[in-house]
Structure formats: structure tokens, C-alpha cells
Design a protein around this ligand. Structure first.
Ligand code: URA
Length: 208
């Protein structure tokens, strides 16, 4: 599945502010949230709606409503948390899970240190959130962990994706639709996206 890239001048503008190293923590958080809102809006384009009967001040009518129980949003710790507020602007009752993972530096195997997701996760569509799709290692592992718990429909939302990460996820999980605000040039030799925006976690939490 080809990634869906948000091609829009407003997205381009917000990315410029996010990338700029002079942008401080407050604005960085706000813009990351706004881009998550736009990604979520796009990713919910095929959302299942249910028919309900309502009454407007004028008349009765049949209308469509989103069944928010059918979805779960799962940020990958820690940078993925920056996208949650933006998601809640689109789906205010969203059920949120969390995945925490790191790679064992000797075995290179993923080690899951935290996994908590909404109940009946296997019956929900899950949208995984991570602002930087870099090597794709974490994305592949997070998606695998969800599939292991029976999740059948998964989407992956990132703000900036590297071609290397896109290739990897598409190869291992061809059924997962990726949404991103942009695709950057390449990864450097320590796995950072270029031109990118630096370390998203550090910029969100001011840890550097
Ligand atoms: N994670 C980040 O925060 N930034 C990158 O460039 C790559 C991975």
C-alpha cells in the first residue's frame, strides 16, 4: 500500500515551523498536535458511520454518527504522546492505548516494557501514532505486537517519514496504511531523519 502523504500548503507551513530549530517547546507541542489533527482527519476518511434518528429544530431525520468504540489510538512512547491531544480534537471520546518499546542493543530484538490498550482491542481499528517514522524498526515492532493480540486493521500515523522506514513497514506489514505529513530525504548514519526536525521527544519535552 502506498503511503498517503498530506499534500497541502497549510501542512507545509506547519512543518516549516516544526522543523525550525528556533521553535520552542510550547509552539513545537502545539504544531505537532495540529498536524496530528490533520493526519487523523485524513486517516478517518473511510470511518464507519452508523445511522441514527435525530430531530433537528425543523424535522426528524436519519443521520450518521461515528461509533468511537470501534477505534483505538495507540501512541508509541514517548514522542507519540505529542499527537494525542490533536487526535482528541477529531475523536473526543477516543480510547487511547500506550506502547513502550526499546531495542536490546546486543540482540537487536524489540523489548516491550509497556503495553496497555483498550479492552477488546482485537475488535477495533487501531491507529498507531509516532511522529517520526525513521528506520521503521519501532513501527514494525509496535504493529507486530498489536497483531499478536489479534488486531486486524491497523493504520500508522507519522508526521515525518523517511523512505527507509516506509519501505521497511510496507515490506513487513503490507496491509498497514501509512499516513504522513511529508516524506523526507534520507536517514543519517545514526538513524536520524534528514532534514527532519531533530529528536522529536527532546523537542517536545525540552530534555536537551
Ligand atoms: N526519532 C526522532 O525523534 N528523530 C529522528 O530524526 C528519527 C527518529
Amino acid at each position: 500500500m502506498e503511503p498517503i502523504v498530506l499534500n497541502h500548503p497549510i501542512v507545509e507551513h506547519k512543518l516549516t515551523v516544526l522543523r525550525d530549530k528556533r521553535t520552542g517547546t510550547k509552539e513545537f507541542r502545539e504544531i505537532a498536535g495540529e498536524l496530528a489533527t490533520l493526519l487523523c482527519y485524513e486517516a478517518m476518511k473511510d470511518a464507519d458511520l452508523e445511522e441514527v434518528e435525530i430531530e433537528t429544530p425543523m424535522t426528524k431525520m436519519k443521520a450518521k454518527k461515528l461509533n468511537e468504540q470501534k477505534y483505538a489510538f495507540v501512541p508509541v512512547l514517548r514522542a507519540g504522546l505529542s499527537m494525542v491531544d490533536g487526535i482528541l480534537k477529531v475523536v473526543p471520546n477516543a480510547k487511547i492505548g500506550h506502547i513502550g518499546m526499546y531495542r536490546n542493543e546486543e540482540t537487536l530484538e524489540p523489548v516491550e516494557y509497556y503495553f496497555k490498550v483498550p479492552k477488546e482491542i482485537e475488535n477495533r481499528e487501531v491507529l498507531v501514532l509516532d511522529p517520526m517514522l525513521a528506520t521503521g524498526g519501532t513501527a514494525v515492532d509496535a504493529i507486530s505486537q498489536l497483531k499478536k493480540r489479534g488486531v486486524k486493521k491497523i493504520k500508522f500515523l507519522s508526521i515525518i517519514a523517511a523512505p527507509e522506514g516506509l519501505d521497511k513497514v510496507q515490506k513487513v506489514h503490507p496491509d498497514v496504511q501509512i499516513y504522513c505529513a511529508t516524506v523526507d530525504e534520507h536517514l543519517n548514519d545514526v538513524g536520524y531523519i534528514v532534514p527532519g526536525l531533530g529528536d522529536a521527544g527532546d523537542r517536545i519535552y525540552g530534555t536537551k
